[in-house]
Design a protein around this ligand. Structure first.
Ligand code: UDP
Length: 443
């Protein structure tokens, strides 16, 4: 009798922080014998030459025909609407041609929700991959309720107060504070699936966010697998959309152990000129060596670092290096890096945790404020940054020099140990991945 085979169609989102964990997951699942198709938009496509064992399905997105999107909601809706027809057609063809013993399972990023709808229509099992922190879920789920009770939009007098239902989050840590309520509700509607999938994978660890995971399990009533941090499960070739500037590694080699502050605000955040200039002054005045990633186009109105005055650039070059994109995981693993000034995107948070690097937290939106609060208040391996003249150099020195920094480093290393245990044989994430494989076989 022919052996049953599985083809997994992984539908990846074109955002860096979503694409990377999906490709890590695909690499792991391929190592377990599954055939892998990566369905992706034309925009920010992955590089097939890095993954020769996968099949790639490019979905016409027609995004280049639109010069600007008014909101992220519009972008996501258009992306989903445009990718859906080709995806559906491809699956129908595959199902017609497939051999008797082949099963198809859809694994999709929750931002690519069209894949869940198509799977439902065609009677195929579907599994969601969530790439944000689990604690983001209760923080967004509560927003419609707060709105009904008149607590959202949040009044200025409430911002520093704790949200009673969320115990440790303040109102100011909630997503969408200060943004139009209609926009907030539309995003929430998009990222909390209407039709429950067969199962959900979360790029987190059981020990990190137990209370949020309990709420998620109560809410969805489907198997939830905690499979993080995916970047440490299996070696995977580079997944960066931008070219990594590796010249920073020999530069780091020349610095003293734990002396360098690494600054990166991720792949999406845009910062205004004033804030970026304050960051520059803070780095220069801290008198610590630094590696600063300024992503091209990330400073509003500028291509790269033209906003910095010549004198300031000269001052900065004496002690630091500015690059357009860094090999971040390698940087965080380097002996010279003593602190990570981050926007607290979830991948960056997990990567820093895995390397035991304390964080300076400058969150922008979505789960970043929640992650920042957990880093500084619960896991106590980070400190919030106030972007003001004088404050920045103080906070850099708090983390890199002195007793408080030493304690933070200690806690970061304790976290690192726990994460390492979770991903090794018998650990929670390792077990969860093995259970996931058995679960897919059972579908
Ligand atoms: N990253 C990188 N080089 C950089 C800056 C970021 O490789 O110079 C990677 C980083 O390692 C992480 C991802 O980009 O895997 C950013 O994801 P995250 O969830 O932290 O934030 P987002 O970009 O989604 O806001």
């Amino acid at each position: 009798m022919a052996e049953r085979r599985w083809r997994l169609v992984l539908t990846a989102s074109p955002l860096q922080g979503h694409m990377t964990p999906m490709l890590h997951l695909a690499t792991f699942l391929h190592s377990k014998g599954f055939s892998i198709t990566i369905a992706h938009s034309e925009f920010n496509r992955p590089d097939p030459s890095n993954h020769p064992h996968f099949t790639f399905l490019s979905l016409p997105d027609n995004l280049s025909a639109i010069s600007d999107f008014a909101t992220a909601v519009q972008f996501l809706q258009t992306l989903n609407d445009n990718c859906s027809p080709h995806f559906r057609e491809h699956l129908i063809q595959t199902m017609m041609m497939k051999k008797d013993k082949e099963s198809i399972v859809i694994v999709y990023d929750n931002l690519m929700f069209f894949a869940g709808s198509v799977a439902g229509d065609l009677g195929l099992p579907s599994i969601i991959l969530r790439t944000s922190s689990a604690s983001f879920f209760p923080a967004i789920k509560i927003v419609p309720q707060l709105r009904q009770q008149g607590r959202f939009p949040v009044q200025a007098s409430l911002l520093q107060e704790i949200v009673p239902e969320l115990h440790l989050l303040r109102y100011k840590d909630l997503p969408f504070v200060g943004l139009p309520i209609q926009y907030a509700l539309e995003v929430i509607n998009m990222i909390i699936p209407k039709t429950p999938p067969s199962a959900i994978l979360w790029n987190t660890l059981e020990f990190l966010e137990p209370s949020a995971l309990t709420q998620i399990r109560d809410h969805y009533q489907v198997p939830i697998f905690t499979v993080g941090p995916l970047h440490k499960i299996i070696p995977t070739p580079s997944t960066s959309f931008l070219e990594e500037d590796t010249s920073c590694i020999p530069w780091l080699d020349k610095q003293a152990p734990r002396s360098v502050i690494y600054v990166s605000l991720g792949s999406i955040a845009n910062v205004d000129e004033k804030v970026s200039t304050e960051i520059a002054w803070g780095l220069a005045n801290s008198k610590q060596p630094f590696l600063w990633v300024v992503r091209p186009g990330s400073v509003q109105g500028f291509e790269w670092i033209e906003f910095l005055a010549d004198g300031l650039v000269t001052e900065m070059k004496m002690r630091g290096l500015i690059v357009k994109w860094a090999p971040q995981k390698e940087v965080l693993a380097h002996f010279a890096v003593g602190g990570f000034w981050s926007h607290c995107g979830w991948n960056s948070t997990l990567e820093s945790m895995f390397e035991g690097v304390p964080m300076l937290c400058q969150p922008f939106e979505l789960d970043q404020k929640v992650n920042s609060r957990y880093l500084s208040y619960v896991w106590k391996m980070g400190v919030e940054v106030v972007v003001e003249r004088g404050e920045i150099e103080r906070v850099i020195r708090r983390v890199l020099v002195g007793k408080e920094g030493e304690e933070m480093k200690q806690r970061a290393m304790e976290m690192q140990e726990k994460v390492k245990v979770a991903v090794t044989h018998g650990g929670s994430s390792h077990n969860s991945l093995e259970e996931l494989v058995q679960y897919i076989f059972s579908l």
